[in-house]
Structure formats: C-alpha cells, structure tokens
Design a protein around this ligand. Structure first.
Ligand code: HEC
Length: 227
C-alpha cells in the first residue's frame, strides 16, 4: 500500500513538474542542472508565440483600436460623403509638368482600362462591363478636386475603390491630368441615359459585348464563359 501511495505521489510530482515546464517556455530540449535552467530557458515573451493557454502573457497582441501605422493617412470620408470631400479637401499639388506627367502615367496604368485614353468611358474592358460615364461631362468639370479625388479613394457603384493601387500623391496627380484633358477635350453630354441600360442588365452585358460599345473596337477574342 505504501508503494502505491508513493507511486501516486510520484505521478503527481511528475505532472506538476511538467506543468511548470509548460508555463515556462523552453527551448527544444530544456536543459536542467539541479534546479537551474539554461539561460536559453528564460521566461520571456516571444513575439510570434500564441497565447495557447488563454491567460499567459503573449507578445502577440492586437494593436489598440484606432492605431495608425507610421506614414499611414487614413482617408477620412465615408463612401457617401463625396460632397464633404469636395468641400474639405484641397489638391495639395501644383499642376507642374512633373505632376501632370505622373498623373498621365497613373491614368494610363490604372484608369485607362475602364475610362479610356481620353476619359470618354470607352476603355477596353467596357466591351464586357458597364461603361463608366465620361470624365469630360460638365458635371465632372464642375466638381471640386476633392470630389474627384473621392472616387478613386472610395469607389462608386461598379467602380471599386482604388485606394490600394493609388496613394494620395498618385490620385491628386491624376486629377491634374484629368483637368488637363478637360482643357482640350470637348464637353461630353450628361451620362445618365447612357449608363442606365447596361447597369440594369449587367449579367447579359458581361456575357456578350453589347452594341452600346460599338464605337470602341470590340475585341473579337474569346469571351469569358463564351466557350
Ligand atoms: C474597373 C474599371 C474602372 C477603373 C480601373 C477606374 N474606374 Fe472610375 N469608374 C468606373 C465606373 C464603372 C464608374 C461609374 C460608376 C457608377 O455607375 O456610378 C466610374 C466612375 C468614376 C468617376 C465618377 C464619374 C461620374 O460622372 O460619376 C470618377 C471621377 C472616376 N471614375 C475616376 C477614376 C479614376 C481617377 C481612376 C483611376 C485612378 C478610375 N476611375 C479607375 C470604372 C473604373
């Protein structure tokens, strides 16, 4: 009986000791000398170690709500606040040749696929997707720069936000480039009527190039889902 009690005590002790080991993050093979630990076996926080037991302090912590990364400038206006953006934001860039050239570069790498080379809304993808309205309308000309800036930041209907592709410097430069285009391109008629039909039948518009885009050179290649 005494030996049974001793065995139980031994088991309990082993369990207790291994529990201590769990509480004390160790290297791969914790090396003990007497009751000392190796220096590598210090209790410490490791940044990538998960808090598997719920209560142990961990280096892996969520940033406090509202934390802003160094160099990050969150865009302050919600999607439906284009008017406020128009009043509150001022283009920080002067339309110098460099800025306009950078705007052209960004436009021709990001916006052109949908908005077309002259902002008419006839970019290549419009053979398959709803045409964006022209950027040469009187409406867009009358918008303050901030209201234009709002579109790439927040997107609008079928145009997704481009805040991950273009930073503020890119977007403000693009606006100067659009203004330059507006100086030389004729004023486009209001877009409301042109935009409505494809939007109401977008599934069909995606499946086949519609006559609406006939002025653009519709690519004759295979259409997604068409074969
Ligand atoms: C994936 C295609 C796509 C890309 C890329 C794109 N747009 Fe658009 N854009 C659209 C569509 C579609 C609309 C119309 C959305 C709607 O129905 O209101 C639009 C609307 C706009 C409008 C508002 C026009 C109006 O009259 O309401 C502006 C301004 C604009 N885009 C600027 C830009 C700029 C600047 C870029 C490049 C940084 C860009 N867009 C890139 C598709 C695109």
């Amino acid at each position: 009986m005494r030996s049974a009690a001793r065995a139980t005590a031994l088991v309990a002790l082993t369990a207790l000791l291994s529990a201590c080991d769990v509480g004390l993050p160790a290297g791969r093979t914790p090396h003990r000398e007497g009751n000392r630990l190796d220096m590598v076996d210090q209790p410490k926080l490791k940044p990538q170690r998960r808090d598997i037991f719920g209560s142990r302090p961990t280096g892996l912590m969520e940033p406090q709500p509202g934390t802003i990364a160094v160099g990050e400038h969150p865009y302050p206006y919600a999607q439906n606040e284009a008017d406020r953006a128009g009043v509150g934001l001022v283009n920080p860039l002067q339309p110098s040749p460099e800025v306009v050239a950078h705007g052209k570069f960004v436009y021709e790498n990001v916006c052109i696929a949908c908005h077309g080379p002259k902002g008419a809304g006839d970019g290549h993808v419009t053979a398959l997707f709803p045409k964006p309205p022209s950027l040469m309308t009187q409406k867009v000309r009358d918008w303050p720069d901030g209201q234009l800036f709002h579109r790439p930041m927040r997107g609008q209907n079928s145009m997704p936000s481009h805040a991950r592709q273009v930073d503020a410097h890119d977007a403000w430069s693009v606006i100067h480039y659009i203004r330059e285009m507006q100086k030389v391109e004729p004023v486009a008629p209001p877009s409301a009527v042109a935009a409505a039909p494809p939007a109401s039948d977008s599934a069909a518009a995606m499946a086949r190039p519609t006559g609406a885009a006939s002025s653009a050179t519709a690519p004759a290649g295979p259409v997604k889902g068409g074969k």
